[in-house]
Design a protein around this ligand. Structure first.
Ligand SMILES: Cc1cc2nc3c(=O)[nH]c(=O)nc-3n(C[C@H](O)[C@H](O)[C@H](O)COP(=O)(O)O)c2cc1C
Length: 328
């Protein structure tokens, strides 16, 4: 464990605030697979290889999506301190192993939209519970699509009845494949239940899956569902995609994911994920074809008006720090 130091002209307390905000990002199974290295002129974002999910996410795709989401929060938190962040993705030899470096690109005042997104960081949470049976207004949908575009990604709203049915079948098929894979099940079990500072606690587990569910949700061992408390009949379903594949696109899509989720939060919307169809490679290929073959699907979200849910745990900032780079 390292100590927080002054970086980018920020005091220790301010750096702690910025990293706390970054770590409030969503991550697959709440693994929080990110680490930060502090140098006077930059914050480096690194993956934490000890938090990989080799069976569920063998290519580290979701790990990088999660890190991209943390990077988006980091960018916003720096803006909150008047700093315009200068981000380099996959910086290469200059900072070995880093997924991104963030430097000070001058000062910049906050605009209203950014202020709203910053406020949404601690309010956003994955909501696995049934939503209200109220449609998401068209204006809200457009705002979500724009949010993805702003981060060079694509949000496809699945409205066509046949396409929805195909996607439902793909999610269910992937769910069955994962249920039959002992290593995937073991990772889910490892990260579910009471842990300290990470994983999915019972309070975030949502409701227990039931045969009548149209969309197959991951089973985080929630308490039995009370009768009559089924899922909403017509959630907004979206697929977030990147325009190309590979680590850089995944980091970009992670930032887009977080802009979409925070924008949803500012609009009073909740979201949960259905990643199974993307995690299982052959199913992902089918989904890619369903989407026309030109986009790289990165995640599937269910969005609607939910009731409040508690926050999930996070590690302390000190646990996230790599040894600092000392200058002579
Ligand atoms: C790339 C990615 C994939 C995820 N996939 C799923 C999923 O398939 N099912 C699910 O219930 N939650 C999924 N999540 C949500 C995480 O479990 C959640 O972000 C984490 O537990 C932290 O909780 P919070 O989002 O409420 O802060 C995913 C999150 C990310 C970033």
């Amino acid at each position: 464990m390292a100590d927080v130091t002054e970086v980018l002209g920020l005091a220790v307390d301010e750096v702690t605030d910025v990293l706390t905000a970054a770590a409030l990002a969503p991550s697959v199974h709440n693994t929080q697979p990110w680490r930060f290295r502090l140098a006077p002129d930059r914050i480096e974002l690194h993956a934490d290889p000890a938090r990989r999910l080799p069976a569920t996410d063998p290519e580290d795709r979701e790990l990088r999506l999660s890190c991209g989401a943390a990077l988006f929060n980091l960018r916003l938190a720096l803006r909150d301190h008047g700093i315009r962040p200068l981000v380099t993705l996959m910086p290469g030899a200059e900072t070995p192993g880093a997924l991104a470096t963030v430097r000070r690109g001058g000062n910049r005042d906050l605009d209203d939209e950014t202020r709203q997104l910053i406020k949404a960081i601690p309010a956003r949470r994955t909501n696995r519970k049934p939503f209200r049976d109220a449609p998401v207004p068209v204006g809200h949908r457009h705002a979500l699509v724009r949010a993805a575009e702003r981060e060079r990604s694509w949000l496809h709203v699945v409205t066509d009845r046949d396409e929805r049915a195909r996607l439902q079948r793909l999610v269910a098929k992937a769910q069955r494949i994962q249920a039959g894979a002992p290593e995937v099940r073991a990772e889910l079990t490892d990260w579910t239940g009471p842990r300290t500072g990470d994983g999915i606690p019972p309070t975030s587990a949502g409701v227990r899956p039931a045969p009548q569910d149209e969309w197959a949700m991951r089973d985080f061992q929630a308490a039995e569902r009370p009768p009559g408390k089924d899922y909403e009949s017509d959630p907004l379903i979206v697929v977030l995609s990147s325009f190309y594949s590979g680590p850089l696109a995944e980091l970009q899509a992670g930032q887009a994911l977080q802009r979409v989720l925070l924008t949803a939060t500012t609009l009073g919307l909740s979201a949960s994920f259905m990643s199974q169809a993307i995690e299982v490679r052959p199913v992902r290929e089918e989904l890619r074809r369903t989407l026309g073959g030109n986009l790289e699907p990165q995640t599937v979200l269910r969005i609607g008006f939910g009731s409040p849910v508690p926050a999930s745990p996070r590690r302390t900032v000190r646990e996230l720090l790599l040894e600092p780079i000392r200058t002579a």
